[in-house]
Design a protein around this ligand. Structure first.
Ligand code: NAP
Length: 229
């Protein structure tokens, strides 16, 4: 039986590459995008199924209608909100909370909505797409002090990492949970010097998933050594 993956943020960037990689590799993919505009044009009926959903939304009617009671083998919480660096005095706390809503609340809501489907799968895995910038230990060492990144992004990705740990511990033995840093991708959210092709990172993630590693929680950096939390 084909395995089933759910991918959020499928409209562009890495999400779109993930949908292509997993569907080309024999998976059925539920591609979730927040708007109907443009990207929902995969011509693969029965292989790529599309759902319109904003991850800030708690209404999962369309997702549930499309998935029904099918087991979900893999949930990739990829959708995220970036934020530009600002001087301390200009930072909007509402902007920080908004990033937390999308980058932490979004994955949590998806896991809650799909928990029965995940538990129905034989070896389910939740992947929260994070960033090395969310590593509290690396940030505390000053590893990225030369980068201009926003409070909103760093805070929300660090909190998302704690969500991953919490899920892994709560669901130990039932659902694995990984935080995955994809590398510096040449996408809308990438740094100016980012050059890694999203298709390469998607293949690396698919191979990692196929490795069947039972470690949970895990903080992976694709093509590199695991990161410290
Ligand atoms: N690019 C990098 O170098 C890099 C490095 C480390 C980690 N990451 C992580 O990799 C993931 C993918 O990023 P990317 O580089 O592909 O960024 P991207 O090209 O900017 O794509 C972001 C995606 O998230 C979606 N999204 C944003 N807010 C949403 C919401 N409220 N509801 C539903 N979808 C929403 C966007 O949808 P719309 O098209 O509707 O806006 C888009 O599909 C993110 O989690 C990011 O933090 C990226």
């Amino acid at each position: 039986m084909k395995r089933l993956a759910v991918v959020t943020g499928a409209s562009r960037g890495w999400g779109r590459a993930l949908v292509d990689e997993f569907s080309d590799s024999g998976w059925i993919v539920i591609a979730m995008s927040r708007s109907k505009a443009g990207p929902l044009n995969w011509n693969s009926p029965g292989i790529v199924e599309t759902v319109v959903h904003d991850v800030r939304n708690e209404d999962f009617q369309e997702l549930h209608t499309v998935i029904g009671e099918r087991p979900v083998d893999l949930l990739i919480n990829n959708a995220a909100q970036g934020a530009k660096h600002q001087q301390l005095g200009s930072i909007s706390t509402l902007g920080v909370m908004d990033a937390v809503d999308v980058n932490v609340g979004g994955p949590l809501r998806l896991v809650q909505a799909l928990l029965p489907n995940l538990l129905a799968a034989s070896d389910p895995l939740v992947i929260n797409v994070t960033s090395r910038l969310g590593s509290v230990s690396a940030q505390a060492r000053g590893d990225f002090s030369g980068l201009s990144t926003s409070y909103a992004y760093k805070i929300s990705k660090a909190a998302q990492n704690m969500l991953t740990i919490s899920l892994a511990q709560d669901l130990q033995g039932k659902v694995r949970a990984w935080a995955v840093h994809p590398g510096k991708l040449a996408t809308g959210m990438g740094q100016p010097d980012a050059s890694k092709h999203p298709a390469l990172a998607a293949r690396q993630l698919r191979e990692l998933v196929d490795s069947g590693d039972s470690t949970s929680p895990r903080f992976c950096s694709l093509g590199d050594e695991d990161l410290g939390w």
